[in-house]
Design a binder for this molecule. Structure first.
Ligand SMILES: *Cc1c(COP(=O)(O)O)cnc(C)c1O
Length: 458
């Protein structure tokens, strides 16, 4: 009998996260004066223990026991061999995935929501604020806050609030408060509503509302939380790849190709960074982040300094960016509609340690349908982008007659995204193509910012 799933016991869970900043150099975030921001400047927004993690260059960082306790609700996640899909494609490649859809909220996001809630709790914080687009992050943080007994307030982009009511229900079941953004509760929200009372909202406005609420609480007991992009988020997600390495060791195999979809970069980084560590130390391995052709940050946008949010509240980050006022087309993979990319992931691409790919929305859904009809799990629209790349690599292996080993992150299930599948099935889902002119126009916004230095880590 051939192996279908590789499990780890709870006592085999990695006890430390891997910090890639020990092995690569990144350009520092810059403040409004063009100088690197000091950790103290971030103190009203994040608790100091997380800020210390954000800037740490220590290679291995202990996972606290209370965090492991909560992660063990669903971790370690199985490493699954997609044998039915291999057969359907007739490929000699072996295809494995880390099933991150098994967490209570249904995605990889609780891997960082749980430690973030924990570190805030031990720092004496009583309430977290955040924004959410499609609702995956808001539901993950509500779940994590409920585990540690802290309050959670989520500003959800208006259009998703109206279109995806069940994500809001999940947040409320876990005790979180979900508010449509823009709201009347903040100055940023009121200003946006005054300009356009019927605005669908945007992640940029929602971030501004969440930060304003956190910083504006004079008791000092509220902080803000971000679900991707930052170094400490990438760090927490490395548990995915560290588990995968142990699982491959158990079966005496090692991957040739590592794949993950990339919105802000966290589920990709979570699987890939521990393998990047091996690559830096001499292993031959292809590392492929996959993004939508309609929001082509790594494949078409330059490596620059730009803001992380539309309003320009955040420090300047060195990353691949389409410009912080870029509004991506209304893709169904809401989690991939981000103008920038994690600085650590951008750095890997800048120095050639990772090779970005892009796929169209229809290619993504075709691959998602194939997986749903072979492996059974209905993938999140974001995950479909990784799947399309997996299908391409598996076909290439067939043409070349090579038994490649491929591993990817199954970042979430799509059970609350079924309306997009309806559209695909009825033939009304379409591709969005961005012209070079559109991209050049949105990039004017950072033309006068400082330029990052080209760093080579090896
Ligand atoms: C949020 C999300 C993503 C994209 O975010 P990353 O930080 O790039 O991982 C991908 N897949 C799912 C299911 C998500 O919820």
């Amino acid at each position: 009998m051939e192996i279908r799933k590789v499990f780890l016991n709870e006592d085999e869970t990695p006890r430390k996260w891997y910090n890639i900043l020990a092995d690569i150099r990144v350009n520092p975030p810059l403040g409004p004066d063009g100088k690197p921001v000091s950790p103290d400047a971030l103190a009203p927004v994040f608790p100091m223990n997380l800020i210390e993690q954000e800037v740490s260059t220590e290679r291995w960082i202990d996972i606290p026991e209370p965090v492991l306790d909560v992660l063990h609700i669903w971790r370690p996640s199985p490493l699954v061999r997609a044998r039915n899909m291999e057969k359907a494609l007739g490929t000699p490649a072996k295809i494995y995935f880390k099933n991150e859809s098994l967490s209570p909220p249904g995605s990889h996001k609780p891997n960082t929501a749980v430690p973030q809630a924990y570190y805030n709790k031990v720092f004496g914080i009583e309430r977290l604020t955040t924004e959410t687009g499609a609702g995956q992050w808001g539901s993950a943080l509500s779940f994590a806050c409920s585990q540690f007994g802290i309050k959670c307030r989520v500003y959800m982009v208006r259009v998703s609030f109206d279109q995806k009511p069940y994500r809001k229900s999940m947040m409320e079941v876990w005790g979180g408060k979900c508010i449509a953004s823009p709201s009347q509760e903040t100055k940023a929200g009121r200003d946006a509503l005054e300009k356009d009372p019927d605005t669908p909202g945007s992640l940029g406005i929602a971030i501004s509302e969440a930060i304003e609420t956190a910083v504006g609480d004079t008791s000092g007991k509220t902080r803000y939380s971000l679900g991707s992009v930052l170094n400490h988020v990438m760090l927490h997600q490395t548990i995915i790849g560290l588990e995968a390495q142990k699982q491959f060791k158990k079966i005496g195999e090692y991957p040739d190709i590592v794949i993950g979809c990339a919105g802000g970069g966290s589920n990709f980084a979570g699987l890939a960074f521990p393998f990047v560590h091996d690559k830096i130390n001499g292993k031959e391995i292809e590392i492929l982040p996959v993004e939508p052709a309609a929001c082509p940050t790594l494949t078409r946008a330059p490596f620059v300094y730009d803001h992380g949010d539309t309003a320009g509240y955040t420090p300047l980050l060195a990353m691949h960016s389409l410009g912080h006022t870029f509004v991506p087309p209304p893709l169904h993979a809401g989690g991939l509609r981000y103008h920038g990319m994690a600085p650590a992931v951008s750095q890997l691409v800048a120095e050639g340690l990772a090779t970005p790919k892009s796929v169209t929305q229809l290619e993504a859904y075709e691959a998602g349908m194939l997986l749903a009809r072979t492996e059974g799990i209905i993938p999140a629209p974001e995950t479909n982008h990784a799947l399309a790349c997996v299908v391409n690599e598996a076909r290439k292996a067939k043409e070349e007659g090579k038994e490649k080993i491929i591993v990817f992150t199954w970042s979430g299930h799509g059970l609350l995204d079924l309306s997009a599948y309806d559209k695909f099935l009825s033939g009304t889902l379409s591709n969005f193509v961005l012209s070079d002119e559109e991209i050049a126009k949105s990039e004017e916004i950072f033309m006068n910012y400082p330029k990052p230095e080209f760093l080579k880590s090896r």
